[in-house]
Design a binder for this molecule. Structure first.
Ligand code: SF4
Ligand code: SF4
Length: 390
């Protein structure tokens, strides 16, 4: 069956709420999430009694929450609790990178703490691997899209994301979190069609608009800057944010990180096609003063010698030797083959049980790095770039 986008209505309010949250102590997180929702009108503004609610977290890979790569389970617990006041039909889950199978979902949910939180709260775990094809007349990159059925068909979709750097798009946050509604390996099939970072950013916007989250919440208690999920640094923003409008929420977070809209490729794509204005003047920010939650010297991923902000595809054309590339580490590689299976350019082959990258094919999306559970993908940084950095 092919349907047109998710059928949900989305609240028109673009207000952003920020609340301070010092750490992941359950009581602190519970207070912060409750206040973040309360100032928007409460969970009842987004869901009616008895409706089905799908809470889509960031569980992109089987990572310990202490790494700050995935949504912290205490934030998820607090969001579940808010919606369980209205309905007992609450499901939590994600579609991680890799095969969209119950076996992978269960492993990721265990490692990320989601399984424990679901068991303790009585929420259902998202184990449905059915998909649905959507017609997307307004799509810029795709007019037809496959998404996870459980997220599309829920009455209410709540996105609970992290805010961190991303080696291909610079930033991943409220907008990109919905790319996780593309099932498993289909993510990489789409990625292989849009290798250019600007095209891929436009696809991210298409997916977000198709998925239509009702509410966006960000776990920005701990965020990641620098060289992306696996190689970056954990920073403390001590914030929980919420908004019905992911573009407003992402704009606000960006300002708090001292970045420009052009630094965030999905947001820049959304601005360029008129989905939202640039800056933060077009919405109201309630709750905590953003200035009090700002983090100084937030670092974007280093990409190449020419400019930390130049797209890899441009610098790469001048010289692949001057761009950062993935380098499998033989001492850590278990030979599982996951990276070879997901690489959108088929640039990875397995030789004698170890991953080997053909850098002439590599587009430096670093999906291999993000999904390698052994953290066996290192960064090969050109000598001149290392000297420039030091
Ligand atoms: S680099 Fe990582 S994902 Fe790739 S084969 Fe080795 S352990 Fe598996
Ligand atoms: S080798 Fe890694 S960084 Fe290069 S294209 Fe494949 S997944 Fe992307």
């Amino acid at each position: 069956m092919v349907v047109e986008g998710a059928r949900r209505m989305q609240p028109a309010d673009s207000s952003v709420v920020l609340t301070r949250c010092e750490d992941y102590q359950p009581e602190n997180v519970g207070e912060a999430v409750s206040a973040a929702l309360g100032l928007l009108g409460g969970a009842g503004k987004f869901a009616r009694k008895g409706q089905s609610v799908f809470i889509k977290v960031n569980a992109v890979t089987a990572s310990d929450p202490a790494t700050a790569i995935v949504t912290h389970p205490e934030v998820t617990r607090a969001v579940i609790t808010e919606f369980q006041r209205l309905t007992d039909r609450v499901t939590v889950g994600d579609s991680p990178g890799g095969p969209f199978t119950p076996a992978l979902l269960k492993r990721v949910y265990e490692k990320t703490g989601l399984a424990r939180v679901a068991a303790e709260t009585g929420a259902d775990l998202g184990l449905d691997t059915a998909t649905v094809d959507l017609r997307l007349p307004q799509g810029k990159m795709l007019k037809r899209l496959t998404l996870c059925r459980s997220m599309v068909e829920a009455d209410v979709l709540v996105s609970v994301c992290k805010f961190k750097t991303h080696r291909f798009l610079n930033i991943t946050g409220p907008i990109k979190n919905l790319y996780g509604s593309v099932p498993g390996l289909t993510k990489f099939v789409y990625h292989s069609r849009f290798e250019d970072d600007r095209q891929f950013a436009d696809l991210i916007v298409d997916v977000h608009l198709a998925a239509k989250p009702s509410l966006n919440i960000v776990d920005a208690v701990e965020i990641i800057d620098g060289d992306g999920s696996r190689h970056g640094s954990i920073r403390k923003m001590k914030a929980v944010g919420s908004s019905a409008d992911a573009f407003a929420l992402e704009s606000q977070l960006l300002e708090m990180a001292g970045l420009e809209p052009s630094d965030d490729k999905p947001l820049a794509a959304a601005i360029a096609r008129g989905v939202c204005p640039s800056g933060t003047g077009w919405f109201e920010t309630l709750g905590e003063d953003p200035a009090g939650l700002a983090v100084g010297e937030f670092r974007l991923p280093g990409k190449n010698l020419f400019s930390e902000r130049m797209p890899a595809r441009i610098a790469g054309r001048f010289s692949r030797a001057l761009a950062v590339t993935p380098r499998p580490l033989p001492e850590k590689c278990s030979g599982c083959g996951m990276c070879a299976g997901i690489c959108p350019r088929e640039a990875i082959t397995m030789r004698q049980g170890l991953a080997v990258v053909d850098s002439s094919k590599c587009i430096r999306c670093f999906c291999c790095d993000e999904l390698c559970e052994q953290q066996a993908i290192g960064l090969k940084v050109p000598l001149l770039m290392r000297l420039k950095r030091s």
